[in-house]
Design a protein around this ligand. Sequence first.
Ligand code: PLP
Length: 421
Amino acid sequence: MRFVSTAGRAPSVSLEQAVFAGPAPDGGLYVPETLPELTPPVGGGLGDTAFLVARCLFAGELSDRELEPIVRESLDFDIPLVALDEGISSLELFHGPTHAFKDVGARFMARLMLHFLDGRATVLVATSGDTGSAVAHAFFKLDGIRVVVLFPRGKVSELQRRLFATLGENVQSLSVDGTFDDCQSLVKRAFADRELDHDGRLVSANSINVGRLLPQTFYYFHMFAQLREAERENVAVCTPSGNFGNLTAGLMAKRMGLPVSQFIAATNANDVGPRYLTTGEFRPRPSLETLSNAMDVGNPSNFARMLWLYGGDVDAMRRDVVGFAYSDEQTLRTIESVHERLGYVVDPHSAIGYLGARESDAAARVFLATAHPAKFRETVEPAIHEKVPLPRALHESANRPEYVTEMPVDYEALKDYLTSS
Ligand SMILES: *Cc1c(COP(=O)(O)O)cnc(C)c1O
């Protein structure tokens, strides 16, 4: 499998090159040159289904013997499909180590990188919360790889910070006296700095990495494998979206043969995606702050991949995808009413997924539950008038010491740190 750029003006590259590359030299994003077709398996467990899909995707790049442990170690937790009511089910993607769906992509990418690396490497990542913890956990204790997480001091929730700052070992956390944008600028500068390369490779783990995107196709197939026979005839899937990586993976799964009749792209007030589907115009905007903050994206990077999948034809995309946007008020009311009517607790992102699923009249309506409600308990608990118990990993990290180094917004300080420790 070769990878090509969505912008179409860069040479094709191997999987290894694509995984370490970041954006393509022509400014596009890497995508598989062709998507293999397969017959979606039914029944079966997550590991088996994922391995089957992975073998098709990575044929020619990785042998079965190389690929199987990467797949199975990445997915060492459940992704159950929980039936709620009215033909609506929740695909719970939040049972990984950081209790958000980003664990799937991050864990697979980490093991893929480890497979290709010879020698040492430093993974450098800036975070406002979710990504840093998923990436740090994904690389935690992997030999020869150091992770350095930059976060804006005081601007990451305590729960999020504890998830990466308490790891220690090969995970180092830098508390930067600035904003998330400052952290991101520092990281960008480090990647542009040739002098930094001498002490092992400097590697990016950001959300446009194909190593994170492709494994997200696995759980769409796993969702399908768990449906009852009658439901498989007419399935709609709703993806709560920010950067649209999750939805892109779903659309790729459909292209590979997964019979989903409709995708529903659900967003918060950051509605660039749904607006594109209505107006045919893609108009990025500054992001707005909402309760579902992991989806506060004004210029969704994976949209380039969605446009590529449909050759830029909005009508073709409309045949597969509809879009809806929801307010914070609707989000809160949904958290409350789903709990009241169904006894099920959703986090603000998954609530938007639920709302989107309700728009469809398919026999089976599945929404992706992207985060554990305990991660957003400051929003969820007042809405359901109850406490949300912390899952074990979150509870345990609350009692461990933190390993954090403080740093000003100063590139030389970061460079010193990276070269001396
Ligand atoms: C990242 C994230 C999303 C958005 O996923 P995209 O692939 O960026 O669309 C949704 N929910 C949660 C909890 C997330 O962390």
